[in-house]
Design a protein around this ligand. Structure first.
Ligand SMILES: [Zn+2]
Ligand SMILES: [Zn+2]
Length: 207
């Protein structure tokens, strides 16, 4: 791989904290995705033109962030908890979007390239540097529906959950039987509290 790739990888390793196969894969995935949607300068002139969806919370995700400059905090990175080694790159100006999926066979091919390397991750790290885009990834043109409330910028809405009283931004509330609820109170929560039944009881009172 060339000098540019090495310096991009170095940058990503700095963000991530270590060099790993995921960094190499994430940098390559991003280079390919950005090229496919016609973005040359994601962190400069093109920075307002791009949104990326990542389908994994793994090493490669940090590489995608480092490469694209997209982040959750800027609302330019969307995390879809699918557990797949894939990311979708969207050009907001042209509407063009591609989903780049790491091929499952690339793991086996990596092993074939460096059969003498015992540690499979070390072998992958080396192989992912030199394997072709075609060997590493599947690229699929896709359409992505982005709603105004998903875009960067100030929150478009802010409402109060009628059960817990907490504020909900960006139209993430749900309405059940005429009651406005946050996702936690609607039963889509990820945490429990001492009085876990409280929300359910309060909701029952409301309806
Ligand atoms: Zn890592
Ligand atoms: Zn609530």
């Amino acid at each position: 791989m060339n000098e540019r790739f090495e310096s991009l990888l170095e940058e990503s390793v700095k963000v991530h904290g270590h060099l790993c196969a995921g960094q190499v894969l994430g940098v390559r995935m991003s280079l390919l995705g950005l090229r496919e949607i016609g973005i040359n300068d994601p962190k400069g002139a093109d920075r307002k033109k791009i949104i990326v969806f990542v389908e994994m919370d793994r090493c490669a995700t940090d590489a995608v962030q480092s490469m694209t400059g997209c982040s959750l905090g800027r609302r330019t990175m969307k995390f879809m908890d699918f557990g797949k080694m894939a990311a979708t790159f969207v050009n907001l100006r042209t509407g063009m979007a591609v989903r780049v999926l790491a091929r499952e066979e690339s793991r086996r091919k990596a092993k074939e390239r460096f059969p003498h390397i015992e540690n499979k991750y070390a072998g992958q790290l080396e192989a992912y540097r030199i394997m072709s885009d075609e060997d590493l990834f599947e690229v699929m043109p896709v359409q992505v529906q982005l709603r105004p409330e998903d875009m960067p910028g100030r929150p478009l809405s802010r409402v109060v959950c009628e059960v817990c009283g907490e504020h909900v931004q960006d139209s993430r509330e749900v309405r059940r039987a005429g009651v406005l609820l946050c996702k936690a109170c609607a039963g889509c929560g990820y945490y429990t509290t001492e009085d876990a039944s409280l929300c359910v009881e309060r909701y029952a009172e409301k309806t």
